[in-house]
Design a protein around this ligand. Structure first.
Ligand code: ATP
Ligand code: MG
Length: 210
């Protein structure tokens, strides 16, 4: 009970911080790292439930502009949900790959798309419209599963802070995929220029000669 209360309080605090005008530090992020960290965090839980966790991250994924802690929280919330709403024997995958941009980022050449998909219980069309609302939880046979219904509101808020949107595709009894695009970090981004290249070079080292 104390644990659940602590989580609720933390979630409410996170949400109010996100909804205030607090400024977050944005930098170039290699999403491979928070993705691996998230998978490690949930590994044991997945093994206990006999759920397969798959990591499918493109090699040499371009860095994106974002806040590490916030993106880690998004991945944790989405993976936590996937685990909670997927039965034993199921499969959960986190994918990340570079691609052309959606209309949300018309001025940028490419985005990184992140997908968290599961073979869980799914969400029907009517409920899909509400799941990002605060405290909304689908009434279903597994309503005994714990949670307060804040996780996805936090996800939506964080992705909006990154000037993007969360989408989902879901079918009851088949599974769910949540996905979002993040703008690829460009070296000439004015906000970050200089700060990032301090003492570092972005060029790869010359290959050793034979
Ligand atoms: P909390 O995240 O606060 O612990 P929660 O997980 O119930 O509680 P959200 O993460 O906001 O809340 O999700 C809202 C609701 O959306 C869930 O209660 C569930 O009904 C539905 N949902 C979310 N993710 C999935 C999923 N991967 N598969 C099926 N249903 C989902
Ligand atoms: Mg949740």
């Amino acid at each position: 009970e104390t644990d659940r209360l602590t989580r609720l309080v933390n979630d409410v605090l996170d949400l109010s911080r996100l909804e205030s005008n607090k400024r977050y530090h944005f930098e170039a992020i290699d999403l491979t790292q928070p993705i691996e960290q998230t998978l490690r965090t949930h590994q044991l839980n997945a093994r206990d439930k006999a759920i397969e966790l798959v990591q499918d991250v493109e090699l040499h994924l371009p860095t994106v502009l974002g806040n590490y802690d916030l993106l880690l929280q998004v991945l944790n919330n989405l993976l936590g949900n996937a685990l909670k709403f997927t039965q034993a024997g199921g499969r959960i995958a986190i994918r990340a790959y570079a691609m052309g941009c959606e209309p949300e980022h018309p001025h940028l050449a490419t985005c990184v798309r992140v997908e968290v998909s599961d073979t869980g219980i799914g969400i029907d069309a009517e409920d899909q419209a509400c799941i990002f609302d605060r405290f909304f939880r689908v009434e279903n046979r597994v309503h005994t599963l714990e949670g307060t219904g804040l996780g996805l509101s936090i996800v939506r808020n964080i992705i909006e802070k990154h000037h993007s949107r969360v989408h989902l595709v879901s079918e009851v009894g088949v599974g769910t995929t949540f996905w979002f695009d993040l703008p690829v970090f460009q070296k000439d981004t004015p906000l970050l220029d200089g700060a990032l290249n301090n003492g570092k070079t972005t060029d790869s080292p010359a290959p050793p000669s034979l």
